[in-house]
Design a protein around this ligand. Structure first.
Ligand code: GLN
Length: 206
């Protein structure tokens, strides 16, 4: 059976373990390189990207992760996970490490600092049957993408969105998916379903 790992150093790990299981795949915690070697794909959860970066270094996971990603292991990063997967971070900490598999520039805490959270209904390319309710919690947005990156969702251009209107908040490059928001928190499994399909049927991925 296909096994999806969830990076379990910090953040909303349980919610992703459960979301993947509800999509019909097995899910396990990944905290060590030996555990990473056993999984077919990896979810990098939301949390705090600078803390996760420090823990990835402390657990000797940066290099093994880079190797698996370079070999084409499918990955999905939500919020802090999106930040870790991207090539460049704006408003990051200077010592923050990145996995740099997404040709994207993301701005950390872009929606506002501290308590700033925001919800919106997004049209999401590849997700059928209507908009996705997106929960943003001290989220990043994507400021720039390379030509190999598909933009899957943007914040709608409505007045209530303020400076977030039109911002890119979901992207995919090959077998790597990232969202600035937290689909694991809403009970709607369609974004995880999209990722699980990328894992089990990689043909559609560029
Ligand atoms: N602001 C956080 C960071 O910099 C991300 C927040 C989240 O994952 N919910 O990592």
């Amino acid at each position: 059976m296909t096994v999806v790992g969830v990076l379990g150093l910090q953040g909303d790990v349980r919610e992703h373990l459960r979301a993947v299981r509800e999509c019909g795949l097995d899910s396990v915690l990944v905290r060590r390189a030996e555990e990473l070697a056993e999984v077919d794909a990896l979810v990098l959860p939301g949390g705090e990207s600078t803390t996760m970066s420090r823990l990835l270094v402390a657990f000797d996971l940066i290099e093994p992760l880079r190797v698996r990603l370079a070999e084409g292991m499918p990955a999905y990063g939500s919020c802090a996970g999106m930040i870790l997967l991207s090539r460049e971070i704006l408003d990051g900490r200077p010592d923050q490490r990145q996995l740099a598999v997404l040709d994207a520039v993301v701005r950390r805490n872009a929606f506002g600092r501290q308590v700033a959270s925001f919800e919106a209904d997004l049209d999401f390319v590849g997700v059928p049957a209507g908009p996705v309710r997106a929960v943003f919690i001290r989220a990043p947005w994507v400021e720039q993408v390379g030509s190999g990156v598909e933009v899957l969702a943007r914040v709608p251009e409505v007045a209530a969105a303020g400076v977030a209107a039109g911002r890119i908040v979901a992207i995919r490059q090959g077998s790597v998916l990232a969202t600035a928001f937290h689909p694991e928190l809403t009970g709607d499994r369609r974004v995880h379903q999209l990722f699980c399909e990328m894992v089990t049927n990689p043909v559609g991925c560029k």
